[in-house]
Design a protein around this ligand. Sequence first.
Ligand code: BES
Ligand code: MN
Ligand code: MN
Length: 456
Amino acid sequence: MHQTQKYHQQHRSRYLEELLDLLRIPSVSANPAHQADMIKAAEWLQDKLRSAGADLVEIIPTKGHPIVYAEKIINQNLPTVLVYGHYDVQPPDPLELWDSPPFDPVIKNDRIFARGACDDKGQLYMHIKAFEAMVATDELPCNVKFMLEGEEEVGSEHLEDFIRERKEQLSCDVILISDTSIIANDVPSITVGLRGMSYMEVELTGPNRDLHSGTFGGAVANPCNILCKMIAQLHDDQRRITIPGFYDHVKELTNQERIELNEAPFDQEAYAADLGIESVYGEEGYTTLERAAIRPTLDVNGIWGGYTGEGAKTVLPSKAYAKISMRLVPHQDHERISRIFAEYFKSLAPPGVQVSVTAHHGGAPAETPTDSKAYQAAAMAMEKSFGKKPIPARAGGSIPIVALFEEVLEVKTVLMGFGLNEDNIHSPNESYGLFNFYKGIETIPYFYKYFVDTKG
Ligand code: BES
Ligand code: MN
Ligand code: MN
């Protein structure tokens, strides 16, 4: 990969300029106002994949946002790497908390600040540049397929049909994804577990209209009060989730596995200080590293109802709402969890309020093996570029499509991400380190090489 790395050196600044162009496209999948930007981003990627050397590049429309597919098949007998990434980003709100506009990227302190800088535009673009360099230097050692979607941040609703329909075309030996983090720039790691997700919305209705809180207060159930009480009942004093049967299929790690997990470098005081909190908080009997990766959780993402405008208005509201998500671990089934949540939540309501529960997206948790050739290749590639052996680490976030790849394509994934916890993904002032961007571009070609070498 000597020529490839030399090529990288010569094209470093162009790589970055191009990424900044991509970051200027506000491809927010959740917001219909950005429909045209989604298409613009897909076309931009199509163009870059073509000039990087893909033989076939396609934009596949879906009922939602388009999928960009590309491939370069150099020899049917060689292994095939399928790269997955997502070009959609989270909404940038709240805008007023950004130090610079989210879609006007700036470089400060060796970091790129923009929505999507790390999640996932910066990371997917590393793959396109690594591919370009390998093609340009004639060092591409195997076949490559790219599948870049625009709906990851809203639940990948239309990707499942796509991979089922195109099962043949997507056949590959490994799926490679950079959409996760490393522990630190001097502590490289490879993600070996992702949590699943069940995302619910609840609506409580009390009286048929908003009421004067003096005339009626005390005599009529207030849906906002009741909602808070019901939500509070979803955890017990040990901070365990109270939904009957919720923990039934949770995979408990062995003591040895827990010891290993907790050996990862972690400074709890620095963690709390960075977040501006006095203390951490979570399920009794588990460490912070465990709580945020191998234990299921339930969180209110948003809650509203009644009067939230300026000043004070005395009102007993008719309605109250909350968006509640649960992070799941192996071997919880997200459809079952959504169902038992709805049943239990409704059972908590007193007479006088009506409850409706709807499910948004869900996704299965995933685990990736460390004893596979693909994992070994990723570990060797990172050791080569970082000068240090990466450690396997479980992540708390979710990429629901990983479990689907395994089910439909029957192929395992390697989660070789380069982000950091401090990148503020989904938050204001998202950023991605230049070090991480270039380190990813440097590492990826080694993965290809070692993967092909060990495949024989
Ligand atoms: N890239 C993240 C997931 C992630 C982040 C995994 C950090 C590991 C470490 C992904 O884009 C994401 O945000 N996923 C959503 C999934 C959801 C919308 C179904 C998530 O985790 O909230
Ligand atoms: Mn992502
Ligand atoms: Mn994300």
